[in-house]
Design a protein around this ligand. Structure first.
Ligand code: SF4
Ligand code: SF4
Length: 235
């Protein structure tokens, strides 16, 4: 994102709208720190500028990735889905991607206010690849990997900052404690915040198959019920 300095009157209205704190006044005009801007479009959508000074110039790779990962209104060309993760993980699982005996795991790096560089995403992906996990093909981070066996991402995107990105895969349940332990061990080396989603299918009696497991994190239980928004393709 850029500001047309010939239009900017230095009113400062826009400063508080940027979730990455990337806009600052420089004398009489506002400027955007391009290393911190994640192309989320909040400044544009908010219509906070009285002179319409914000504009997005044509973007080229790898800058386009910042936009796809940070603006929920954009769609990833690699996966043709908007947002950062797959629908099955985030909302309404109808595909049977997480069958009984398996857990879906999503590691969400970055948040408004801090974001994440792909270097941090790669650290997590490489650590998970050591378990031989198969990364979710429909996930946009997986689509970027130069080698899904190692979790490697292209070196030219390591410094690129995005609002957030999700590393996603499914594993057999017995592997869950070791994966979480590895993430806990890795956490001090990750230069952003991350959260971990664990998606499992409840047993017939409504209990969770991870209840009673010795895990390094305490779980915050959330339920989601398929209320007919899609027809399950698997039982
Ligand atoms: S696009 Fe997003 S990160 Fe960039 S200046 Fe606008 S609000 Fe800030
Ligand atoms: S709101 Fe517009 S005119 Fe005011 S400082 Fe920001 S860019 Fe400049």
């Amino acid at each position: 994102m850029l500001i047309d300095e010939s239009k900017c009157i230095g009113c400062g209205n826009c400063l508080d709208y940027c979730p990455m704190n990337a806009i600052a006044l420089d004398g009489d005009v506002a400027k955007i720190d391009q290393a911190e801007c994640v192309e989320c479009s909040v400044c544009l959508r908010a219509q906070c500028c009285p002179t319409d000074a914000f504009y997005r110039p044509p973007l080229s790779y790898p800058r386009t990735l910042a936009w796809f990962f940070s603006d929920p209104a954009s769609t990833h060309p690699s996966t043709e889905i908007p947002g950062r993760g797959t629908e099955e993980m985030k909302t309404n699982e109808i595909t049977g991607r997480f069958p009984p005996g398996y857990a879906g795991i999503a590691i969400e790096l970055g948040r408004p206010g801090i974001g994440t560089r792909f270097r941090e995403v790669e650290k997590v992906a490489r650590a998970m690849a050591e378990f031989g996990v198969e990364f979710e093909a429909q996930n946009p981070v997986t689509a970027l990997m130069t080698d899904p066996k190692t979790g490697a991402l292209p070196s030219e995107i390591h410094d690129l900052k995005v609002l957030s990105a999700i590393v996603e895969f499914a594993v057999e349940l017995p592997l869950v404690p070791r994966i979480l332990e590895r993430l806990q061990e890795l956490a001090p080396a990750i230069k952003t915040v991350f959260s971990v989603d664990l998606a499992v299918r409840c047993r017939e009696d409504g209990s969770s198959p991870v209840e009673g497991m010795s895990l390094p994190f305490s779980l915050s239980l959330n339920g989601k019920t398929n209320v007919g928004l899609g027809r399950p393709r698997h039982n």
